[in-house]
Design a binder for this molecule. Sequence first.
Ligand SMILES: NC(=O)c1ccc[n+]([C@@H]2O[C@H](COP(=O)([O-])OP(=O)(O)OC[C@H]3O[C@@H](n4cnc5c(N)ncnc54)[C@H](OP(=O)(O)O)[C@@H]3O)[C@@H](O)[C@H]2O)c1
Length: 280
Amino acid sequence: MTKRAAVIGYPVAHSRSPLIHGYWLREHEIEGEYVRHEVKPEQIDQFLNNFPNGNFVGCNVTLPHKEAAARNLAAATPVVRALGVANTLWLEDGKLHGDNTDVAGFLAHLDDSIPGWDRRTKHAVVLGAGGATRSIVYGLRERGVETISIVNRSYERASLLVQEIKIEANIAGFDQVETLLPSANLLINTTALGMKGQPQLEIDLKNLKPEAAVYDIVYAPLETDLLRQARERGHPAVDGLGMLLHQAVPGFERWFGVRPKVTKELRALIVADLEKDARK
Ligand SMILES: NC(=O)c1ccc[n+]([C@@H]2O[C@H](COP(=O)([O-])OP(=O)(O)OC[C@H]3O[C@@H](n4cnc5c(N)ncnc54)[C@H](OP(=O)(O)O)[C@@H]3O)[C@@H](O)[C@H]2O)c1
């Protein structure tokens, strides 16, 4: 029987997950299907409760349903329990299980791009305190980064993040970035700034050590202003697309039984789609 998986969200039309999973289904000649499935916020609890009786083997979860997904699981991984958000669900013995693969995706792409980064990173400066920031900060702690500074426009949101995920971190405003950069080994943008349709991230990298790495999780556009500035100054620069591709790997393996690879061809396929979008 054809296995069916989906990405659920509201809206869901923008999701690139069908492109990624469709590529792997073709590559591995698997008789499977991966579709977009819109679920309205008022229907999400019922949808998830009925999931074992539906016709999907599992799904990805995008905004605004990641918290609801974590709430409605029969079994959750430690990451989901710590962060309270799930993005990858599957059925096991007829019960709904869930994971948050953004942490693994973020780390896998950093490992691929800058092998050994964790041995050299004592201080990471993280811009933002939104949904994605939780996974990033959790991943940094998991890899033993000693000092994490969270820089956010809203102090309250950053403070809540630190409390909720029970993590030690300094909290700062954007006016303190200049003083934080000289000791940073890694600077990560997790805000929406620099994304298509959003204001630019105004930051001067002059105080950053030349060997410090710069990671922008924004992937539309692929080359953000921050990454361009970092490359021009000679910093190792890491874009957000690899995180998106790597976070998809565990779900595909759960649903279709093959661990897929993030290849140059897959990346090129998504880059072409991003470029098509950028021209619109
Ligand atoms: N590469 C990947 O796989 C991946 C995965 C997830 C997300 N992302 C990207 O990460 C970005 C953030 O996503 P999210 O889901 O975490 O969003 P979110 O929960 O809405 O958080 C947005 C963050 O951006 C900050 N921000 C927004 N507008 C700002 C402004 N004008 N000035 C200063 N700060 C501003 C917010 O600060 P306040 O708290 O002060 O509002 C908050 O820290 C998006 O571009 C998304 O596409 C990438």
